[in-house]
Design a protein around this ligand. Sequence first.
Ligand SMILES: NC(=O)c1ccc[n+]([C@@H]2O[C@H](COP(=O)([O-])OP(=O)(O)OC[C@H]3O[C@@H](n4cnc5c(N)ncnc54)[C@H](OP(=O)(O)O)[C@@H]3O)[C@@H](O)[C@H]2O)c1
Length: 251
Amino acid sequence: MPSSNTSRVVLVTGASKGLGRTIAEKLAACGHRIVVNYFSSSAGAEKTVEAIRQAGGKAIAVRADVREPAQIAAMVAETKRVFGPIEVVVNNATGPQPMLPFEKYTWADFQDQLDFFVKAPVLIAQATLADMKAAKWGRIIHIGSEVVELGHTEFSAYVAAKAAMIGLTRSWATEFGPWQITVNLVAPGWIPVERHADIPESSREGYAQALPLRRQGVPDDVAEAVSFMASDGAGFVTGQCLSVNGGNTYN
Ligand SMILES: NC(=O)c1ccc[n+]([C@@H]2O[C@H](COP(=O)([O-])OP(=O)(O)OC[C@H]3O[C@@H](n4cnc5c(N)ncnc54)[C@H](OP(=O)(O)O)[C@@H]3O)[C@@H](O)[C@H]2O)c1
């Protein structure tokens, strides 16, 4: 059980499946009240909420496109009405992540990635920061990626946008620190989720065998790291990037 001792109101963006669902379930198991944000899959979000409630936790599903300020404002207002002000934000949502040789990318491809990994965290911070400052407590946790360290080929739109999340992490940690608002980033390696179902076992095994830990990560590995960053016990940790990738990178 991670070292969390106060029940917080937590927003997990993109929690209708994948890593977001497991992060939401783990944080609920820590006693937090969870906003399960989703975009297109209300069934997926309800599945996450149901799993949390079945386990004795508290959660609501709220639809919002995290790239749209009005929808974020409505989500924050709905959360306040049900649970109170948001105290922890987990910026997890992602759209499609096209892999292309650089010549084939358009600026729109870069803009799409920046919309998820810069615009959405910025809009959500603008909508939640005043409450965190008033409470003199808060947690902002970005889900980054190991590809920033690895410099993955034919992935520069995603890599650049994920790298920008490190900039937000460092800059906001300095700026928001006086209010005891911590800002950290958890950088997963390749963690298979639903969207990786078609990738052959041989590719998974090849990736795993190249890792110091010789196994593929699971969503729970990421969720454990996020729950630590959200906890009271992580109160003196800010501006940091924690790789959760079996030792695949240098930081
Ligand atoms: N899995 C990995 O190997 C891996 C590795 C490194 C980093 N990451 C990072 O981890 C995070 C989660 O990845 P994942 O693999 O779990 O992704 P995923 O399974 O594709 O899930 C993406 C989530 O984002 C939501 N979403 C999509 N567009 C949205 C929008 N406009 N507004 C709000 N929510 C939206 C989806 O909701 P709907 O389904 O309802 O549309 C879904 O819940 C991402 O930031 C990703 O870059 C993942």
